[in-house]
Design a protein around this ligand. Sequence first.
Ligand code: 5GP
Length: 142
Amino acid sequence: MTQPYDPQNIFAKILRGEIPAHTVYEDEHTLAFMDVMPQGDGHTLVIPKAPSRGLLDADPAVLGRLFATVQKVAAAAKAAFQADGLVIYQYNEPAGGQTVFHLHVHIVPRFEGVPLRRHAGGMANGELLAAHAKKIRAALSG
Ligand code: 5GP
């Protein structure tokens, strides 16, 4: 049974500016920022500003705008890190691996022969995340 949306989730707090994030992109409808426990260098999350728990309770119009931003940020992350490829994924509910209950899409640059790190495995250095966010912002504006 799916729970209702909880506005106290960590990404809602980031959207309200109550906790900090290393932002790479923001527009009227979406926000993209670095994952604090990256599975690879450049691991970025894209979220809609509209509240929904996951994919299934989101308005299709929200999904359209969300994936427009995912495409934009994914291209910038791939260019910024000169990645060989990308993994893009989205989890729903605890049984599906979801741990934060505000819809989000993961973008992870991939490199030939380099395995993904464990999901939500360990906190990254803040200065490194800031530097990675800066690289992606530069690629977005380039
Ligand atoms: P999920 O398992 O819900 O798809 O992924 C949630 C993601 O959010 C994880 O990859 C985790 O590392 C990340 N995360 C958890 N807490 C925070 C936080 O406070 N800030 C940021 N930027 N990412 C977070």
